[in-house]
Design a protein. Structure first.
Length: 310
């Protein structure tokens, strides 16, 4: 049998060349961080400050676990220059905007396995990229906020760790920011006034069945289940008029974190629906608050100082 020179895993390849972004930032697009058999390579985009090693936040996009991509961070920020990720990088914090498998490609817990794989890959290449492997946070919106919260709450959980991509480095994060986070999948249908047995709901497509019919799986996939006093600092942002993920979902997670003795801050935006629709300044204010929070968290970490946000 002849030996064929098939290429190795995409996540072992060299980094692509960087292009210049706003304020001297550097952008590396389409960087593979993991490969799964029979699926597309999983990719992320890097937004790096002019100087390193820099602290890092991963960003996970929304889309009900079924839609979206790493290039999208909501309509409020579409087409804005500098982009939200460039703004974060000019504040001294690198960003890795991450694609993950959608529910039409794989069901839970594949999405969290991918998120954890991204953290491990970034730690394994931290010196080459120019980021600090000890100062890593997670940030996400909607479905991506769900993944960011779970990254903060399930470090060291063997079943949820997975073996996608690089294994070995930890997938823990030091801080979490969530925008309109679905934190309790079993309660989501009740919160929006929907049929809990609807097999076409976003959460049912994620789990492969309605949460009401698989309560243990729904609990496993819910951030509120995994709250403990060891949770990293959380910032939860949500609109009071959110009709897709009602803000009681963030309130529930915030209450659980406080009850466990974890550090958690919560802020609501009056009149803001999902993705900040209906509140013209909410998106900009949420981004400002996110940068402020992460700068403060990383400043407290025992490593290189972070620049002030611009």
């Amino acid at each position: 049998m002849p030996t064929f020179p098939f290429p190795g895993p995409a996540h072992h390849t060299a980094l692509p060349p960087a292009r210049l972004g706003a304020g001297g930032t550097r952008i590396l697009s389409g960087v593979p961080y993991a490969s799964t058999m029979g699926s597309r390579p999983l990719e992320l985009d890097l937004y790096l400050p002019p100087q390193g090693p820099a602290p890092l936040t991963l960003f996970f996009h929304g889309g009900g676990w079924a839609l979206g991509s790493r290039q999208f961070i909501g309509y409020d920020h579409a087409g804005i220059s500098p982009s939200p990720f460039e703004r974060m990088a000019t504040a001294g914090i690198a960003v890795a905007s991450v694609d993950y498998r959608l529910s039409g490609e794989a069901t839970w817990p594949a999405q969290l396995h991918d998120a954890k794989a991204a953290v491990r890959w970034l730690r394994s290449r931290a010196g080459e990229i120019g980021v600090d492997p000890e100062r890593i946070a997670a940030w996400g919106e909607s479905a991506g906020a769900h993944l960011a919260a779970l990254l903060g709450l399930t470090g060291g959980h063997p079943v949820l760790e997975g073996d996608v991509g690089v294994t070995g480095p930890p997938s823990t994060v030091a801080a979490v920011v969530t925008w309109y986070c679905p934190s309790d999948l079993a309660g989501l249908a009740h919160d929006v006034g929907a049929d809990p047995l609807d097999a076409t709901s976003r959460e049912a497509r994620l789990l492969g069945a309605p949460p009401a019919s698989v309560p243990e799986l729904a609990a496993e996939a819910s951030p509120v289940t995994h709250v403990s006093g060891d949770a990293p600092p959380f910032l939860l942002l949500h609109g009071t008029a959110d009709s897709l993920v009602p803000h009681v979902q963030s309130e529930r997670l915030h209450a659980a974190l406080e009850a466990a003795g974890a550090k958690a801050q919560s802020q609501t935006f009056d009149g803001a629906n999902h993705i900040w629709v209906g509140a013209p300044h909410a998106g900009a204010a949420a981004l400002d608050r996110t940068i402020e929070f992460l700068v403060e968290q990383f400043r407290q970490a025992p490593s290189q100082a972070v620049m002030e946000p611009s």
